[in-house]
Design a protein around this ligand. Structure first.
Ligand SMILES: [Zn+2]
Length: 442
């Protein structure tokens, strides 16, 4: 069976066929770096990292790009507020962002373009849109002319009239149509660049399109991803620009991950009801990742402390079983790199079905039970094979399970402990137990 995913562009589950058979070009909208990321921002960071892991696991090479938006009004305002340069703000929060990503178990993408490094590409792109009648400038601002495009609204699945009614749009008499969006913005404060259209800075929707074009050589990419909240207007407007100049949808598959609510409430930086990833205790990063991975990716999650607590316990349970199986195999000199092929096939079947991680986690739970029963029956070979299989699944999830092989000396202490217990010399057993515990082995 081959991989099927839900394509937000067609609203259908489709067979996933990249343009080049064993290679996938993927772009995911990254953060605007003026603050830390909250637990909702972390969801696409975790999900698309896992998706890359899974494609890699299937033998597909993934070229993964995710940008840093380092020019924006929010950045400019924060810099003015603190009386520092924008660069100081963006450097600080970009660093914090990648620290948070690493602690969440997400690898750095293969390409991390910064918007400010693509200004000349953006200006050329905007000029081309103007030349072809898809954009117009008015008093130093440049807008995209959506009325020139027949297909506007394809991602939101709504026509222009419905979109106009349904969305709050800043009404400006500079625009021909209220849905026209900014490609170049005239600014008087903060960082700005000279351009044929006047001094200013690029609009957010243009940044992503130009970075994708440059990195992937103007080819329609395979996957464009992001949070559900970016569907409209950001992604709709990215598609509009690609449609105007290249007659394509920028990406063949659009994937969107659901929101994380705080309880039932929408999280919002402006309302102040957010949980920052930065404030997590070190021990909570992996449980949170497991929580995100286990939840069906297109649904929203109502986050509560109780929910996180369930995943703390679950992660601990998996980690302990894995460690114990490896330890007992190690001490008893059982060596085996094999995995359970039937379980691997099941895992692939679940994941190929639009990344059904919930079923994959149920499978992991079944494996956990086998580990525990085989440990009890002292079948350390079986326990080890199942532990290897569990590790294979968790490696794709990006959720860390770790075991450090014991030194010969430590193995001997472990054996002494077992021997003391078997002859019921509890005093001696306690002594060895303490030694092992002090070394962090048990
Ligand atoms: Zn974007």
């Amino acid at each position: 069976m081959s991989l099927k995913i839900y394509n937000s562009l067609t609203n259908k589950i489709e067979e996933f066929i990249p343009a080049n058979k064993n290679e996938v070009n993927m772009y995911v909208c990254g953060p605007t770096v003026y603050n830390y990321i909250h637990i909702g921002n972390a969801r696409p960071v975790i999900f698309f990292d896992m998706f890359k892991n899974y494609l890699t696991f299937k033998g597909i090479k993934v070229n993964y790009a995710s940008n840093i938006t380092d020019v924006d009004d929010k950045i400019i305002n924060k810099a003015l507020e603190r009386n520092v340069t924008e660069k100081e703000i963006t450097d600080e929060y970009e660093k914090a962002y990648f620290e948070d990503c690493a602690r969440l178990g997400s690898n750095r993408p293969d390409f991390v373009p910064h918007a400010t490094e693509y200004i000349s590409e953006m200006q050329n792109f905007i000029q081309e849109l103007i030349d072809k009648g898809f954009a117009y400038s008015n008093d130093g601002d440049v807008y995209f002319r959506i009325d020139k495009l027949n297909e506007y609204g394809i991602l939101s699945n709504q026509n222009k009239d419905e979109l106009e009614k349904g969305v709050r749009i800043d009404v400006s008499d500079k625009k021909e149509n209220p849905l026209d969006f900014t490609l170049w913005k005239k600014t008087s404060k903060g960082i700005q660049w000279n351009s044929p259209f006047g001094k200013g800075r690029p609009g957010w929707h243009t940044e992503c399109v130009c970075m994708i074009n440059k990195i992937f050589n103007h080819k329609e990419i395979d996957v464009h991803g992001g949070g559900m909240d970016l569907k409209f207007p950001h992604h709709e407007n990215e598609i509009a620009q690609a449609n105007a100049l290249y007659h394509n949808h920028l990406a063949r598959y659009w994937m969107h991950v659901g929101r994380v609510n705080l309880g039932k409430e929408k999280m919002s930086k402006s309302l102040g009801n957010v949980i920052w990833v930065h404030d997590f205790a070190e021990s909570d990063f992996m449980p949170y990742r497991l929580l995100i991975i286990a939840s069906p990716y297109r649904n929203s999650i109502d986050f509560t402390e109780d929910l996180l607590n369930q995943y703390r316990k679950m992660y601990d349970k998996f980690n302990r079983a894995y460690k114990q199986a490896c330890l007992l195999a190690d001490v008893n000199n059982v060596k085996n790199d094999a995995i359970n092929e039937d379980e691997k096939a099941k895992f692939i079947e679940f994941m190929d079905n639009d990344l059904n991680t919930a079923n994959a986690l149920t499978l992991a739970n079944d494996i956990l039970k086998v580990i525990n029963t085989s440990v009890r029956s002292k079948d350390y070979n079986l326990a080890l094979v199942e532990a290897n299989t569990l590790k294979m699944i968790f490696d794709v999830f990006g959720v860390r399970l770790s075991y450090n092989a014991l030194s010969d000396e430590d193995k001997q202490i472990y054996k002494n402990w077992e021997d003391a217990k078997s002859v019921k010399d509890f005093e001696l057993a306690d002594k060895y137990r303490n030694m092992l515990s002090e070394k962090g082995i048990i």
